[in-house]
Ligand binder design. Structure first.
Ligand code: NAD
Ligand code: TYD
Length: 343
């Protein structure tokens, strides 16, 4: 089986590749990644000499970069992880989010159709549903109501991909997962930022009143779910993925402080994020009933192991925080591949 994974040098995409190489012997993986600030070759260092794995330095929004990979030979499945993924960055500059998350996804799905790729899986997010009040859960039929340029761009991609199914009968599936945590997450996101700041003796900027709620899922549970959907999901369907694990940001911060044995005054309230979604919570009944998937990692165990991973991999995150890794890679590989607007 030949699988094209896009964004495989990022947090979740690299976990997907590790999972596939570790569990399936007869597999070929082509990792198409533009190596933006969030991509990191160190994430797959242990696999770079595996003959079943190859990284192609290309941007999904640039047809001229992607088409040669498609035309090399039969690809059985595309899993699109590539994205600009950080809400805070999108608030002040949405254009890169549209270039990759919308135009990139559309170019990819069109090429998948032209080259008769049997299945296209779009890795989307629960953020496309917008924000919940204190009650209720997002189901697959909840209206799309995104609030940030990031979530709006992911919602636009979902609509374009569903349009490919409705218009052309193209085999596509979409997953919408809640917030992930675990090893190799870029330290701009809440959990790795707080852990690494804690290990460096720095404070933890908690936005607003700290009562915003996220539904946390360990990244290994997410990639198992993605593989179930890739193999057994029904064409044209959306599958929500979540672990029934709602926590306020203050609860997350206090649990991390307990594990790291830090006083709670490390938590420093700062002004709120603009347009900050109040609560996300996922109804994951469909994937459980249809495909038998359930989360396996408990929050307590997952959080402890994640803290331990960051303790054990100081050189990984210190290089990112110091910017040294980007200088090194730009010397080796040149700057990030840019999506060309005329593509
Ligand atoms: P990430 O930011 O860690 O990684 C993104 C990867 O995509 C990087 O390796 C980057 O180099 C690559 N990339 C960016 N632009 C590209 C382009 N134009 N062409 C090719 N590669 C490009 O992101 P992540 O947290 O691993 O998220 C992966 C996917 O999962 C995203 O689509 C995101 O929307 C979705 N998702 C994330 C979460 C979460 O909690 N992190 C939850 C649900 C869904
Ligand atoms: P984040 O990890 O950016 O994920 P998302 O915005 O996609 O949910 O943020 C998770 C929650 O943590 C969100 O409610 C914003 C909050 N947050 C902080 O309070 N402080 C921070 O420094 C960051 C990065 C996030």
């Amino acid at each position: 089986m030949r699988v094209m994974i896009t964004g495989g040098l990022g947090f979740i995409g690299s976990q997907m590749i590790r999972f596939l190489l570790d569990t399936i012997s007869d597999i070929q993986i082509i990792n198409v990644d533009a190596l933006t600030y969030a991509g990191n070759l160190a994430n797959l260092q242990d696999y770079e000499h595996d003959p079943r794995y190859r990284w192609v330095h290309a941007a999904i929004g640039d047809k001229a970069q992607i088409e040669p990979v498609m035309s090399e030979g039969a690809i059985d499945l595309i899993m699109n992880f590539a994205a600009e993924s950080h809400v805070d960055r999108s608030i002040y500059s949405g254009a890169p989010f549209v270039a990759t998350n919308v135009l990139g996804a559309e170019i990819l799905v069109e090429l998948a159709r032209a080259y008769r790729v049997p299945r296209f899986l779009q890795v989307s997010t629960d953020e496309v549903y917008g924000s919940l009040g204190t009650e209720g859960l997002f189901s697959e039929t909840s209206p799309l109501n995104p609030n940030s340029p990031y979530s709006a761009s992911k919602a636009a991609a979902d609509l374009l991909i569903l349009a490919a199914f409705r218009t052309h009968g193209q085999d596509v599936v979409i997953t919408r997962c809640s917030n992930n945590y675990g090893p190799y997450q870029f330290p701009e996101k809440l959990i790795p930022l707080f852990i690494t700041n804690g290990l460096e003796g720095r404070s933890w900027p908690l936005y607003g009143d700290g009562q915003n709620v996220r539904d946390w899922l360990h990244v290994t549970d997410h990639v198992r779910a993605l593989w179930e959907v890739a193999q057994h999901g029904k064409p044209g369907q959306v599958y929500n993925i979540g672990g029934h694990n709602e926590k306020s940001n203050r609860e997350v911060a206090e649990s991390l402080a307990d594990i790291l044995q830090l006083p709670y005054d490390v938590i420093t309230p700062v002004p709120d994020r603009l347009g900050h979604d109040r609560r996300y919570a996922i109804d994951a009944q469909k994937i459980t009933k249809e495909l038998g998937w359930q989360s396996q990692t408990t929050w307590e165990q997952g959080l402890r192991e994640t803290v331990q991973w960051y303790r054990d991999h100081e050189s990984w995150w210190k290089a990112i925080k110091s910017g040294a890794y980007r200088e090194y890679y730009e010397k080796q590989y040149g700057p990030s591949r840019k999506d060309s607007p005329e593509a």
